[in-house]
Design a protein around this ligand. Sequence first.
Ligand SMILES: Nc1nc2c(ncn2[C@@H]2O[C@H](COP(=O)(O)OP(=O)(O)OP(=O)(O)O)[C@@H](O)[C@H]2O)c(=O)[nH]1
Ligand SMILES: [Mg+2]
Length: 331
Amino acid sequence: MARRRDWTKETLAAGVRSGDRRALARAITLVENSDPLAYDLVAELYPETGKAYTVGFTGPPGVGKSTLISALVRRVRAQDVQVGVVSVDPSSPFSQGALLGDRIRLADHFLDPGVFIRSMGTRGHLGGLAEATLQALLVLDAAGKELLLLETVGTGQSEVEVIGIADTVVLVLMPGSGDSVQALKAGIMEIPDVIAINKLDHPAAKTMLNEVRSILALDRNRDWRPPIVLTEATRGENVDELWAKIAEHRAYLEESGQLAERRARNLAGEVFAVASARAKAHLEHAVTDDPELRRLLDEVQRRELDPLSAVREILEKVFRIGRDGDSTDPR
Ligand SMILES: Nc1nc2c(ncn2[C@@H]2O[C@H](COP(=O)(O)OP(=O)(O)OP(=O)(O)O)[C@@H](O)[C@H]2O)c(=O)[nH]1
Ligand SMILES: [Mg+2]
């Protein structure tokens, strides 16, 4: 048995390709820790990826995302589809809480060799959660998982980058998710591809349904009108319907030629998001570590130097941006 330190790029790649669970678990831990070996591994596996279909689930805490995913896994496993589940929590660097909850809800599938489940935290990851998620999904794709289910909590900005890699985005709401409905209405939250209103047993479920319907009705100029499905995840009610809507969206993307377009756009977006996250982390470190750069901030605070001059000096020093003839000069 290979021990922790015995994994090489070659043995890991071979293990991932054959779908070995220990290799997969190891690879994703390396990804989480920004380990250089993970970088080499994904670079090696990347040409073999692009076969999996990714469905992202987002929505406020506690609406039933994990329970729904668990029910959907049961649904697709009946057809022997190989599944990977990645659950990320952008709101906290430690995913222990989510991890425990997801463990319990997804426990039914732990003994199934056709399912690989993983909760991920950031642990101060350089490129942020978007990078860790992207790399983990690529590893699972290379391992032959045909369907990847990605869970991320929230309604803010951080999960947009995480969910931005999905082919189909499912927004999960429940009666009482008023903030999300407001965010949809205000255009803060992008319109998802499919909406699940979970906990349909709740008396306010119908009100929620009508509210969401009226928001979607405002947006008539799209080919794909996001379907809304009322579900009860714990009893598995309407999970077949939800799966059917996800499959319909996939068929729509494939038949209209939009899947390839969307993937190209998603990948470019992820590369940009990860590059931005890394650049930001680099900048923050540089300013913390360099007394001269910190002095610039002090000077701005004392009104001895104007803000943009400080920006110009910082960018020049950290990124060499703004030198002669450089069109990105911020002046
Ligand atoms: N009554 C009812 N309870 C549900 C339903 N779906 C999930 N729950 C319960 O709601 C709680 C939260 O469910 P989760 O699946 O963990 O929700 P989540 O959205 O994954 O939560 P986070 O990952 O923490 O954001 C659990 O106690 C579930 O058993 C449902 O359809 N009806
Ligand atoms: Mg969850």
